[in-house]
Design a binder for this molecule. Structure first.
Ligand SMILES: Cc1cc2nc3c(=O)[nH]c(=O)nc-3n(C[C@H](O)[C@H](O)[C@H](O)COP(=O)(O)OP(=O)(O)OC[C@H]3O[C@@H](n4cnc5c(N)ncnc54)[C@H](O)[C@@H]3O)c2cc1C
Length: 497
């Protein structure tokens, strides 16, 4: 049995562990933190259960496909419910737009805002469906080691029909005029970490995922997904070592023979690094074994980081639903403050998740659990005073928009920002979501899933293919484990001939 060491226990590391164990390897996951799950950890305080990272469960088919690979279903580990409405947007002037789960109702909402837009939405979503299916079948499960992987008729003709050289911004505006509809249609690509004008319209597949497939929630919180994966990995024979910081990948003769950790040195036949790519390269490898230089990283476009507040309120806030987007300020200015001229935002858009609207387990009865998130540029100076200033502003804006006061009812508050991402996850510049999915950072142009100098070292996670987000992390783990198994098979074959 070959030994595979996996560095990091986020979604990508857990996924890689399951696939590597299924292939018959002896797998150990090494995690620096005391809890598994990486950016998707949770904490419990004063009766409130806070998910620390992802809160949008989109693309349920990818999760289901993942569990099906092992003869299981997501339902074996958690109860998934479809949210209705999926989410709401607060605009200026007390206006809100709720996105119903039922697509026919959504067409009506569009038509009531802009005449003729229901038919346009049908066309938009049908093109999105084509891109989604083509992407899932032809693109995202590839290791992206060479453009030749994409050189076949189906892929090329699919990509040609996918508006790859048009931006999401101009694509959306060619369908809709009303600024509220434009904001709604541009929002899902914000998950990809760049401004809509810099994201290829191929990614309108995200609209299909968000609006046609819908928004889901695992009862008990997003951590249920992590626990389910951990449980499944353990049943496949994977071992986990928490509080086990990896400090070195020991390379000789172009092979990673072992890793040095806080709990000793562990021999490895292959290593899969799911910790942040930059950290693995710059801190765990000697210079001659790195794929990329510091200059390479400094020139990459990173997805935003974020300022988060976990808040417990001892009353109900009527106007909130599970997912709430506060788009009541100028998105152009905020996005420039993230990407073009990085600085703390002057008047930011923000997002509020209120899972207590759906789940009685996450807050005491009669209370609300709030997760407030402001996207900010990576690499900013982050101080307690700055965080507090934003907190006061955001709560005031929420009170105004919701027509309710609750600042006096806040009984728990904790902030989380750039310095925490660096400290907890070794995140380059405190990034939250990895690299942006711009055209110049797509497929082969992303940091490679394979180390080019160390034959048995592979990478996985949001900084390599296919990109940021939980579903891509599950896929990334699968691709990386396949590459590791392929390598191990090839050396076994060499040894027997
Ligand atoms: C606030 C926030 C909100 C998000 N919201 C959503 C959402 O709603 N929907 C969605 O789909 N996605 C969302 N994302 C993105 C998604 O959570 C991530 O893309 C995904 O979880 C990344 O998984 P990963 O395995 O690549 O990395 P990580 O989760 O970061 O895992 C890497 C692991 O490596 C460990 N590690 C680092 N260095 C070492 C070392 N030296 N030794 C040992 N271990 C080490 C880290 O502790 C960590 O556990 C969100 C992310 C954040 C931060």
């Amino acid at each position: 049995m070959s030994k595979i060491s996996i560095i990091g226990s986020g979604f990508s590391g857990l996924s890689a562990a399951c696939f590597a164990a299924k292939d018959g390897h002896d797998v150990t996951v090494f995690e620096k933190n005391s809890m598994l799950g990486g950016r998707a950890r949770y904490f419990y305080e004063q009766g409130f259960l806070f998910d620390m990272g992802p809160s949008w469960y989109w693309m349920p088919d990818v999760f289901e496909k993942f569990f099906n690979e092992f003869g299981k279903s997501a339902n074996d580990y958690y109860k998934l419910i479809k949210l209705d409405p999926g989410f709401q947007i607060f605009f200026e002037n007390q206006e809100t737009l709720k996105v119903p789960a039922n697509i026919e109702e959504l067409y009506q909402v569009f038509e009531s805002i802009e005449k003729g837009s229901a038919d346009k939405l049908k066309k938009f979503l049908s093109e999105g469906e084509f891109k989604y299916k083509m992407g899932m079948q032809q693109l995202v499960y590839k290791p992206a080691l060479s453009w030749m992987e994409y050189a076949n008729y189906e892929v090329l003709s699919g990509v040609a029909k996918s508006h790859i050289f048009t931006s999401v911004r101009s694509y959306v505006r060619s369908f809709f005029k009303d600024e509220r509809l434009v904001a709604l249609m541009e929002f899902p690509v914000l998950f990809l970490g760049a401004m809509p004008q810099n994201i290829p319209a191929l990614y309108s597949l995200m609209n299909y995922a968000a609006l046609s497939m819908g928004t889901y929630y695992p009862m008990g919180g997003m951590y249920k997904v992590v626990s389910g994966m951990q449980q499944m990995a353990s049943s496949l024979g994977v071992s986990f070592l928490a509080n086990c910081d990896v400090s070195k990948i020991n390379v000789s003769d172009k092979r990673a023979g072992s890793i040095t950790t806080a709990q000793g040195i562990f021999k490895s036949d292959a290593v899969i690094a799911s910790a942040d790519y930059h950290h693995v390269e710059q801190k765990l490898l000697n210079k001659e074994n790195r794929n990329y230089t510091e200059k390479y990283w400094s020139e990459k476009t990173f997805a935003p980081s974020c300022l988060i507040f976990f808040v417990g309120v001892n009353k109900k806030i009527k106007k909130l639903i599970h997912h709430n987007l506060f788009f009541d300020t100028d998105f152009e200015i905020h996005s420039k403050e993230i990407y073009e001229n990085p600085q703390w935002p002057s008047n930011p858009l923000f997002y509020v998740c209120c899972p207590s609207k759906t789940d009685p387990e996450v807050a005491p009865e009669g209370m609300e659990n709030l997760f407030i998130l402001v996207p900010v540029a990576p690499g900013l100076i982050d101080t307690e005073e700055i965080r507090q200033r934003y907190f006061d502003v955001l709560i005031k804006r929420m009170e105004k928009k919701c027509g309710d006061t609750f600042s006096e009812n806040i009984i728990y508050k904790k902030s989380y920002c750039l310095t925490d991402f660096v400290q907890d996850y070794n995140a380059y510049k405190g990034n939250a979501y990895g690299l942006a999915n711009t055209l110049r950072q797509t497929a082969v142009l992303k940091p490679s899933i394979k180390n080019k100098k160390v034959k048995n070292l592979f990478y996985t996670g949001q900084l390599t293919v296919p990109g940021p987000g939980v579903p891509p992390a599950l896929i990334s783990g699968q691709i990386s484990a396949n590459q590791a198994s392929k390598y191990l098979k090839s050396i076994q074959h060499e040894a027997t001939v």
